[in-house]
Design a protein around this ligand. Structure first.
Ligand code: NAD
Length: 352
């Protein structure tokens, strides 16, 4: 029988409460034993709801990482803290699950690259879409040749969250804490998905913009400049002559969370819509009548899993399919940096 894995969570904000904690509570062989946040109110509310004893509620992540009651660490803080927390955990030999994007830019990832070279510790990146049944099924369809050779991918991710009334200058809008804006927040998922389904991106030509230019500070009514993008589009070349077209915005009124990911092949098409993640619209050899129309297909049960179920499987040494790692996180950071550079210089940038 598998040993129960004891999990510590650093950062108790939206994603910890919205995904990590609920999914972990649904996995059998794990228990959340320790939590950490600099916000005492969050420590209390999450700690009370999970019945975490006071001695395992920390405000300093070093204390959580060194705690004997923690086997592995979930890193759910703002982006600029991912690397120092990950490096600290690796140095003491504890596996990690890191939220995306891996950091604020490629140079800041150097200490992590050094740490993983010195110690081979199990690790995972939270490229959440890789765990969605429809994406895993799409990969199976593509890998089995059912849409032929991929010609192009066409991707949109639209949210309206940039227009939430009164939204203040939180970390996401500050370059030193976020690195990129909507590009690293939403776009990084799409970049990882495109590489998973279609192949390596070889060059990018991008455009980023800041639509909401000022926001009130968190701790005063003073207004300050927004430093990260809330609109981004880019075209890219993918290996084997595949073309990619991406548009990402958090200033799309009437679209609270809308993801369209279409893959066009020489013998078929796959369309994924985030609002209906358990089905795919497919035109392929899968459709018996071959009637040249997209048909909605249910994703078979064997493609269903969750991000946290896979994390615990990884910790238990069980085989995991399509597991994203630090290597994938670094790779996507390289592409984020290249898109920003391309936008700044108004030119194509190669991905080395
Ligand atoms: N995988 C996904 O789909 C997905 C979705 C949303 C966010 N994210 C990522 O998750 C991370 C967190 O995003 P969020 O939306 O939860 O942000 P958030 O602001 O809601 O939460 C971040 C939490 O970290 C805490 N924190 C800040 N500094 C800390 C420190 N030094 N030690 C401990 N805790 C600290 C904050 O108090 C806050 O509670 C980001 O990297 C973000 O990009 C991923």
């Amino acid at each position: 029988m598998n040993q129960i894995k004891k999990i510590g969570i650093v950062g108790l904000g939206m994603i910890a409460n919205g995904r990590h904690i609920p999914e972990l509570l649904n996995v059998e062989n794990c228990i959340i034993t320790a939590i950490c946040d600099i916000d005492e109110n969050k420590l209390k509310s999450v700690g009370d709801s999970l019945n975490i004893p006071n001695q395992f509620r920390f405000t300093n992540y070093n204390d959580l990482i060194s705690c004997d009651e923690v086997d592995a660490i979930e890193i759910c803080t703002p982006n600029h803290l991912h690397i120092p927390i990950a490096v600290t955990a690796i140095k003491v030999g504890k596996p990690i699950n890191i939220e995306k994007p891996i950091s604020i830019d490629l140079p800041s990832c150097k200490p992590l690259l050094r740490a993983v070279k010195e110690k081979n510790i199990p690790n995972m990146m939270c490229f959440t879409y890789r765990f969605m049944p429809a994406i895993r099924y799409a990969k199976w369809i593509i890998d089995n040749g059912l849409i032929g050779d991929i010609l192009n991918v066409d991707v949109e991710y639209f949210k309206d969250s940039g227009f939430i009334t009164g939204r203040r200058l939180e970390w996401r809008f500050q370059k030193e804490k976020a690195g990129t804006g909507v590009l690293g927040d939403l776009g990084v998922h799409l970049i990882d998905m495109a590489e998973l389904l279609a192949g390596k991106i070889t060059s990018v030509c991008g455009f980023t913009d800041i639509i909401v230019k000022e926001r009130q500070k968190l701790d005063s009514d003073e207004w300050a400049r927004v430093e990260t993008d809330d609109y981004c589009s880019f075209i890219c070349n993918i290996e084997n002559g595949i073309r990619g077209n991406f548009v990402i915005s958090r200033c799309a009124m009437g679209k609270p969370n809308s993801v369209k990911f279409d893959v066009y092949g020489s013998k078929g098409t796959i369309c994924f819509n985030m609002n209906n993640p358990d089905v795919l619209d497919v035109y392929s050899k899968l459709n018996d009548d071959w009637n040249k129309k997209l048909i909605t297909v249910d994703v078979p049960q064997n493609f269903h899993t969750t991000q946290e179920a896979e994390f615990i499987k990884m910790l238990c040494g069980e085989p995991c399919d399509l597991l994203p790692t630090i290597e994938d996180g670094i790779r996507s950071q390289k592409i984020l940096d290249a898109i920003l550079k391309s936008s700044k210089n108004n030119s194509w940038v190669k991905i080395k």
